[in-house]
Design a protein around this ligand. Structure first.
Ligand code: ADP
Ligand code: NA
Length: 328
């Protein structure tokens, strides 16, 4: 049977992805390769919606791709590419921009949130049209499913509206994508502030995949818990312990119930020590693989060029049809 096509992208990050990115998104990218026809991209065009240092951006893009490969994205099974290598993204984005109402774009809450934190003159128009580029990313590949978190739902709705609008004005061209909620996604919380989502903006409680595992182990051992002693999953009253349990469960592939059973009569210190070991075992071979990808630039570039070629075969077909329908 034919596998549903899935498209997902991630921005190139400075330093490395964090454990939340892995357990909340990238682990599912790897798993979806068994069930989907996957197109995955490092979205460097999206990254320049805020200022970037060119040298850093290039390095971050490569390092991000190396991490995706090291985590298990398999370039023989999936199209793994860098967004800027496929010029059809901005080409389709322009067409879609011309179909988007100004008011419609203005209602995107993520833009409101992000722009509210900056001075008006420093907010680029690219940040405003970001969701339209995202729509182009998805529609170019005729993706049927798009894994989305809560904060991206509105953008997927816009994507569907634009696809429908184009189809009804110019004739059926785009497939309407649906939100896909992957199994086994874990939301990871900050180790120092377990009520906040783990994020690079709070550097103290974030575990970076490429930092020294000794450093990560130390962060795990000093994670904020509570004054109780019982190791039970209770996110409301025991946010810290629950976060450690869900990370442990995801990394060790064991159910939370099983872990709770294991830790009856044992202390938080035992749980943290064991989780630190589990994490170290998980991350050590990944770091080795990242290093070997980064040491062989030519091979990494070859893989990405191959991914871009595969992506362009699909993207160019869609764009040619779009241009034809428009009258170009
Ligand atoms: P975005 O702005 O698209 O959320 P991020 O770099 O913050 O970009 O995250 C990339 C991916 O990692 C997204 O799919 C996001 O949902 C996921 N993610 C980020 N932080 C966490 C977290 N703490 N727990 C689970 N998933 C997360
Ligand atoms: Na984010």
């Amino acid at each position: 049977t034919r596998r549903p096509r899935v498209l997902s992208g991630i921005q190139p990050t400075a330093g490395s992805f964090h454990l939340g990115n892995y357990l909340g998104a990238l682990r599912q990218w790897v798993a979806m390769q068994d069930t989907h026809d996957a197109f995955y991209c490092v979205v460097d065009l999206h990254a320049i919606t805020v200022p970037q240092d060119p040298k850093q951006l290039r390095e971050n893009t490569r390092a991000s791709a190396a991490q995706l490969l090291a985590l298990g994205v398999d370039p023989r099974r999936s199209a793994l590419f860098v967004q800027s290598h496929v010029p059809e993204h901005p080409q389709l984005s322009w067409v879609l921009e011309c179909l988007t109402g100004f008011g419609e774009a203005s209602r995107m809450t993520q833009f409101k949130d992000k722009s509210a934190r900056q001075e008006a003159d420093r907010v680029g128009v690219g940040l405003f049209t970001y969701p339209i580029l995202q729509a182009a990313d998805i529609l170019l590949y005729q993706a049927e499913q798009v894994p989305v978190g809560e904060d991206q739902r509105q953008h997927l709705e816009l994507t569907r509206d634009l696809a429908q609008r184009f189809n009804s004005r110019f004739g059926r061209t785009f497939r309407l994508p649906e939100a896909y909620i992957p199994k086994d996604t874990a939301k990871v919380y900050d180790l120092q502030d377990p009520n906040a989502k783990m994020s690079k903006s709070v550097p103290t409680g974030v575990i970076e995949l490429l930092e020294d595992p000794k450093r990560s182990a130390k962060k795990i051992r000093s994670a904020v818990t509570d004054t109780g002693r019982e190791i039970v999953y209770d996110p409301e009253n025991k946010a810290g312990v629950s976060n450690l349990l869900s990370i442990y469960s995801a990394l060790a592939n064991r159910s939370i119930a099983e872990l709770e059973q294991d830790y009856v009569g044992r202390g938080y210190g035992d749980l943290k020590k064991d989780l630190a070991e589990v994490f170290t075992e998980f991350v050590t071979p990944i770091q080795q693989r990242v290093r070997s990808y980064l040491d062989d630039r030519a091979e990494l570039d070859r893989l990405l060029a191959q991914g871009a070629q595969r992506a362009r075969e699909v993207a160019a077909t869609t764009l040619a049809r779009v241009y034809d329908r428009i009258g170009f």
